[in-house]
Design a protein around this ligand. Structure first.
Ligand code: ADP
Length: 373
C-alpha cells in the first residue's frame, strides 16, 4: 500500500477553453495542486462539476500526464509511469465489468492476462470473496446483467482488491444508483475501505457523501484544492468563505454586515459583540457567517426571521426554520416542540459565529473546533 503525494501539479488540456468565473481568461484544469494522502487513508475529493476532480484522479492514476509537477507513490516519482505499472485499482460510475464473464471470471481475469497460474487465481479469488464478507460468494456465479447496480459495484471493488492494489481510485462510484441503494452501498464501500485499509481517493460532487466516506476531505474549486482536512477542520476552521458555505447542510447563512465600535450593524439593528470576540473583528464591512445551530431563538435583541418553511427532523427532535435576515438566506435549527409561528427573533450565538473579510473572503475570526453536544 502507498503514501501518495501530488506536488504542484498543473494540467492543461489541449483545447484549454475553460473560462474563469471572474475574468475572461482561461485557466488550467489543475492549477498547481498539491496534496498528500497517508498510507491507508481515504481522502474524498469534492467540488462542483468541472472543478478538476476527475482530472486529479486521472493524473494520480497515470491516465493523464501533468504539464508540470510530480506524483509520488511512497516517495518514488511515478509521474510518467504507465497506469498498468502503478498497481492502481479503479472503480468508476459505469461499472465496466466484463459483461460476458461471471463474477468469478471478472475477478480472475487479471491473473489470466498476467500469465499467472490457475491455482493462484482461484486461491486469490477465494480469499477475496471471503474478505468481501457474507453473501459475496454467490455473486461469483452470475453474469453482470443479472446483478443489481449495487452488486455490480461490489464485484467491481472485489476485482480491484483481488490484485492487491497500492491505491484505490473511485470516481462517483455510486451516483448511478437510486437513493435507497446509494445509501446501502456507501455504507458497504466505507466498511470495505476501513477493513482493507487501502489508500483511497474518492471523488464525488456530493458533500454529504464526501464527509461520510473520507477520513479527510479535499474541497476543490476551479482547479485548486481550497482546503484538505477532517470534517471538524473544514466545518469549524474553514480556509475561506467558499469552504465554509460548501460544507454543512443546511448551509451557513452569510450576512453582509458592518462592524463599528464593537457593534455589528445589520440594517437598523445593532448587536453588541461580547468582549472576547470584539478585539478580533476590526471595524468595516465583513461577512458574518452563522450556521443553523449557531442561532439563539427568542433572544431579546433578535432580528426578525420570517419563517417561510419549516422542516422537521424527528430523529434529531429538532426542526430547521428557513427564512431570511437582512436579505440573507438563513436556516435556524431549533427544538422540535417549537410552536409553529411565522415569525421568530434570532441572534447569533457569538461563540459559534464566523467572520470573513468582505473582499478576500478569508477568515478574520472563527469559532475553533467545538464540541457538538
Ligand atoms: P470534474 O471531475 O470536477 O467534473 P474534470 O476534471 O472532469 O472536472 O474537468 C475539469 C475541466 O477540464 C473541465 O472544465 C472540463 O471541461 C475540462 N476537461 C476535462 N477533460 C477534458 C479533455 N479531455 N479535454 C479538454 N478539456 C477537458
Amino acid at each position: 500500500m502507498a503514501r501518495i503525494e501530488v506536488d504542484q501539479v498543473v494540467k492543461r488540456y489541449a483545447s484549454d477553453t475553460i473560462v474563469d468565473r471572474e475574468a475572461s481568461r482561461t485557466r488550467p484544469a489543475l492549477n498547481s495542486v498539491s496534496m498528500a494522502v497517508a498510507d491507508g487513508e481515504t481522502v474524498s475529493v469534492v467540488g462542483a462539476s468541472g472543478c478538476g476532480k476527475s482530472t486529479l484522479l486521472k493524473v494520480v492514476a497515470g491516465l493523464e500526464y501533468p504539464d508540470a509537477g510530480r506524483v509520488l507513490y511512497n516517495g518514488t516519482d511515478v509521474t510518467y509511469v504507465r497506469p498498468q505499472e502503478r498497481g492502481v485499482g479503479m472503480v468508476f460510475q459505469d461499472y465496466a465489468l466484463y459483461p460476458s464473464m461471471k463474477g468469478q471470471g471478472n475477478l480472475a481475469y487479471y491473473f489470466q492476462v498476467h500469465d499467472r497460474t490457475e491455482e493462484e487465481a482461484e486461491q486469490r479469488v477465494r480469499e477475496t470473496a471471503d474478505r468481501m464478507g457474507v453473501g459475496f460468494e454467490h455473486l461469483l456465479g452470475r453474469v453482470p446483467t443479472t446483478l443489481s447496480g449495487g452488486e455490480q459495484q461490489r464485484v467491481a471493488i472485489a476485482r480491484c482488491i483481488v490484485r492487491d492494489p497500492q491505491l484505490f481510485l473511485m470516481d462517483e462510484p455510486i451516483s448511478n444508483l437510486d437513493a435507497k441503494l446509494r445509501e446501502q452501498t456507501r455504507i458497504e464501500i466505507r466498511k470495505l475501505l476501513r477493513k482493507f485499509a487501502i489508500t483511497t481517493l474518492y471523488v464525488t460532487h456530493d458533500q454529504q457523501e464526501a464527509v461520510f466516506m473520507g477520513d479527510r476531505i479535499a474541497v476543490m474549486r476551479d482547479g485548486d484544492i481550497q482546503q484538505l482536512g477532517s470534517f471538524d477542520e473544514l466545518y469549524y476552521t474553514p480556509a475561506n468563505l467558499f469552504v465554509a458555505t460548501f460544507i454543512g447542510s443546511p448551509p451557513m447563512a452569510v450576512l453582509p454586515v458592518v462592524v463599528a465600535g464593537g457593534e455589528v450593524v445589520v440594517g437598523d439593528l445593532r448587536w453588541r459583540l461580547p468582549d472576547d470576540v470584539r478585539p478580533a473583528v476590526p471595524d468595516g464591512p465583513v461577512r458574518l457567517g452563522v450556521r443553523p445551530e449557531g442561532w439563539i431563538v427568542d433572544a431579546g435583541d433578535g432580528a426578525v426571521l420570517r419563517v417561510r418553511h419549516r422542516e422537521r427532523i424527528p430523529t434529531e427532535r429538532a426542526s430547521f426554520l428557513y427564512g431570511s435576515v437582512g436579505g440573507a438566506a438563513v436556516a435556524v435549527a431549533t427544538a422540535i416542540d417549537f410552536p409553529d409561528r411565522s415569525e421568530v427573533r434570532v441572534t447569533p450565538e457569538w461563540s459559534r459565529a464566523y467572520f470573513f473579510a468582505a473582499d478576500t473572503e478569508d477568515p478574520i475570526h472563527l469559532p475553533g473546533v467545538l464540541e457538538l453536544f
